[in-house]
Design a binder for this molecule. Sequence first.
Ligand SMILES: Nc1nc2c(ncn2[C@@H]2O[C@H](COP(=O)(O)OP(=O)(O)OP(=O)(O)O)[C@@H](O)[C@H]2O)c(=O)[nH]1
Ligand SMILES: [Mg+2]
Length: 392
Amino acid sequence: MCPTNVSPEFDRQRQIYEDTEDLAQRIVELEKLLSLAPRHKGAERMVADYRKKLAKLKAELAKRREQERARRSGGSEEGAVRKEGAGQVCFVGVANSGKSALINAVTNADLTVADYPLSTPSPTPAMMPFEDIKIQLVEIPGLFEGATDTSIGRQSLTIARNTDCIALVVDLSQDIEWQMRIVLGELDKARIRLNREPTAVRIERVGSGGLVVYGKQFYQGNIDEVYEYLRARRITNVIVRFQKPATFDQLVDALDASVAYVRALIIATKGDVPGSAEAFEELRREYGDRFEIVPTSAVKGENLDAMKWALYDHLDILRVYTKVPGRKREDRPLVLPEGSVVEDAARKIHKELFVKRFRAAVIYREDDRIKRRQVGLSYPLQDGDVLQLMHR
Ligand SMILES: Nc1nc2c(ncn2[C@@H]2O[C@H](COP(=O)(O)OP(=O)(O)OP(=O)(O)O)[C@@H](O)[C@H]2O)c(=O)[nH]1
Ligand SMILES: [Mg+2]
């Protein structure tokens, strides 16, 4: 590399970078080095070389992580929780945050509630009856720094990555910042992204055509690093579409099939303890724009209905009650993903009869001025709809 006029800080950082062996740390040091790099013309070449190096190191790290994951997924399934009910919510928090007490308060479960850590040693499911359906709640053993590196932590987080919703249980009697740092940190290490937009970057692997990037204006950074990263990972034919503002990290996530995007909310608990109002304010100030926050107290049974509704809302499902002409509606609703239309319900009941030989559908809506309306197969359903199907 040609000698360039550089600052003493840069020189020092270069030494640190060159002496660092750990790959992840090397990346951090190189990023620091780049931030200290001179901006004049004579240094351009050097900076470009370092940037290429950085892309290579990141690609190497991604590859190692993938290998690690492949190794781990060969492990046992012991302690796995079978999904049941209309949807599943994982209760995640530090030890003693009050997860078990909350779950006991809204289910028939009798989990151990105790003031020592890890009183719930493995992932534990319970069923919560809610508005004619059942929602499965799973307590994930208390997280701690480094939990992802333990076998029980990995097993627990595998459940969390495949769940429908994560409830972050925050204890208003313990330090808020500390809890959030631990919990968000471990989830992030497990490649679980909360309330993140998975559609900001779309990746399409193609057989030929080279590297094509659309929506460059959305990329928040130097677009060269995108090409460098792809080349360094030996991805030669791909279409990358930035559809919304996106960072380098989002690009890396999008290329990584193992990243999970999960809806999440915060359940703030122990609202009965002194000082909890201030703690709740802090929580709202720091995290209110990223998460819905429901304040509760398991001990006093406060706001548990609001919690149930918030959990339900985060599952993004609809309840649709079917009805036979001349009879009352069914007691148990069909459960469909939000955004479903009449045809989705018809398919679930009896495809031959109600889709292929569809004649008409009638929807009854309680909170509607029009109480009864005749609709077609493409009509969007709403939560609580009563649906009557007729076939030829
Ligand atoms: N004041 C108050 N204390 C609570 C509340 N909920 C739980 N606790 C207490 O907090 C401690 C921990 O409660 P658990 O429900 O066992 O907490 P956990 O998160 O399940 O703990 P682990 O399973 O060990 O991670 C116990 O001493 C509970 O009595 C609450 O709403 N108010
Ligand atoms: Mg517990």
